[in-house]
Unconditional design. Structure first.
Lengths: 170, 170, 170, 170, 170, 170
């Protein structure tokens, strides 16, 4: 039973990790497919990191907590929702169940007769990509909100300065 | 004399029908081409219905009132206005006149030397796609604003629930 | 029960008309959707006519023989077969059955659980788009192979000279 | 030593000219490449003029002040910043230095190890494309803000009326 | 030290596996990135399997022989070689070395100053995607040329019949 | 009176130069627009050089013979002939006359009511891009077939080795 979860992961944070842990422990999902959405995006305030950089972060974060045997697959946006499920299907191994809290993703997969489950929501006030990106820009205490390996990689790839530069764009 | 009219028709409503009636009775237009714009769009609050669903609705609505002999043609957006008229020209039979209330459409066709006519404006406060989509979401009395066959098709394709789901997307 | 048939129709000829007649008389199909493939193509030896020109020809040809109540819809190529069925689905009214002699089209729709029927093959040696285009170029007796309204339109839009010019391209 | 400067130039104004003068007199730049960004855009309030029209304006403006020996190259947007520098590199002669006040452009070229210089900023309150386009729409005194040849060309191509029409679009 | 190897893997065969084993044992490569090229392609004689199906096959094949700790990343074609290296870079973790026998891939990465190594060539007469696809179509003894898990998956996803159907397309 | 001439210029050779000289001396053309087609292509046997490299070569070659006051503009392929003229129009200054020996280009511009002139054909057996690229690969005496500045630039950008590498691709 393969389960799919999709996110942009800009960056991957502890809230995401909580969801992954929940899915991995779900008996409906024996194999996890982690799709990285908006894979073509990078170098913007909304999507600062490339797909490759996000793959590196997530792989390290999952290794850190001992989660193995997952597929980590970048998905470029297609911007035509009527064909989007087919687009995803073509890029990932066959899936049996979809995990999402996004009502559009839920709608689209349900219209294609997929089983969809809604993971418990983590604390969105605390764990939010938008908020973490702002904290990085303003040198606030963001590192505790992401896995240790993620903060290391962000610093290694000069991600803090990249975000600060992007924040200067008018 | 073939006349072109372009709309997104999300959904097709009685205001649109009024315009079509006016064009059909115009002596400058003996054959009507109804182009469905943003054909690639669907499953968003702005464009909930696929081009195919919109074609189905419009065809039924025109049959309902006895209008025949029209072309019903989906046009995908091209997002380069300098080539947009050529794009439309390539997808529809040769046109002699364009009917539009949109000043950009008017400008673009006039720069290509087309005759452009401005239909009388229907009551935009009453008949508005945006407003009708909101009324569908909130179970208000929207059905009287669209042809009977349109409301039937929207319900058959589960359009009411689709709009409600799309409205939940953050 | 809506039935779909797809072709490039470069140009629409009597063999195509034979297939349409067979489908129209099939009790499985009460409403016909005629999709015009490679809609973005024109001005090549393989695809000389624009989608709009082809729509004009087919509409006239079907009127000529009294066939009514069909949808005539241009479909641009998407060149990703894994999403192609979804692409078609989004542009046409919901379909119940597909008519095709092309084994790829058959395969793709069957993988999406569509019922597919194979129309009787017309005489392909006689009725062939490729052959008719060559006959037009060489002023051979092509007009008897297409409906009368099609040959009229080809001449009206200067199609004979267009094909001759395209044939000169190295 | 070839230097690159990129702008949308909607339209080219005296502030742009000031920057070009500064670059041309910089000893690091013996040959100037003027890239015209968002080349695919036209007929919008933000980007009213085609790339071809902008090329015409800039060429005339530089001739007016005696600047010669530059490359004037349209660059379409690619909307994937990770490949954007490669995209630009493929369309222009090899470059040695980049001049920009845009922190994203600076970031992207620096990540590719280019030398980047920041030209002195002209008076942005006075010379601003956005402001000049509004002044054109409202028949205010915009002509003194652009080179004489630019205002002539804008009037010749009916640019004033185009902007006024675009301003009516809802 | 991350090493990149790119292939279409239609399907993944024992020759590919030989190359992977060689790279994995190379001291220059401590982490392997396996990029799956032409990821958007499927359902053609040249590229019968989707990227997702190929990911499934390769993952199973590498597990079969005990190779772990690799990235398996689909790369869609971009068809502009001048930006292709940037395209790949954006989708994979940072790479230190590229393994390839393709002189274009070698040229493109060398122009971007990458270290490129040429793996020993496996027996191309025996192990060839083209040949294996033909053997599948003609029910010849192809299963011994691919890892056991690959032949199982091809049969599970009805890949043999898919290839036979694609072979009928004129 | 602006005249347009389009070519791929892979590379720019003495036959091209002959045509340019003829156009420049034509009284119908007081300003020359040199469009560089297939601008997105590079690193293939058919199109080895980037648009930027070709611009550099042509500019140097025209300077070499004292031709001034031309526009040198890259045009990416659009692969939809019905909109191709609009695409070109949007990227170049307004044109009054088109010079071409290609019957498709002639057809397309004539369908848009442009005046088209056919330059005298240079010796195509001697001056042929295809032949010159083969001569470069095989170290034959190609340099006498191109302007001196073109052969210098090809060598400076390592173009000879690039072509030899591309020739090895299977």
């Amino acid at each position: 039973m393969r389960g799919l979860v999709i996110g942009r992961y800009q960056p991957f944070h502890n809230g995401h990790l909580e969801v992954i842990r929940e899915i991995v422990s779900d008996s409906d999902c024996s194999s996890l497919i982690l799709a990285i959405g908006s894979a073509q995006e990078s170098h913007t305030l909304l999507n600062p990191f490339t797909a490759g950089e996000r793959i590196l972060m997530i792989d390290a974060a999952l290794n850190e907590v001992g989660i193995k045997d997952y597929f980590l697959i970048p998905i470029t946006d297609i911007n035509r929702y009527a064909v989007w499920v087919s687009h995803v299907e073509s890029l990932v191994p066959p899936i049996d169940i979809v995990y999402t809290n996004n009502s559009l993703t839920e709608r689209l997969f349900k219209e294609r007769n997929y089983k969809v489950k809604t993971p418990k929501l983590y604390d969105r006030d605390k764990f939010s990509g938008t908020k973490i990106r702002q904290m990085i820009i303003h040198d606030e205490n963001w590192e505790m909100l992401v896995p240790k390996s993620v903060s290391q990689i962000i610093k290694e790839i000069d991600g803090v300065n990249r975000l600060k530069d992007l924040n200067k764009v008018i």
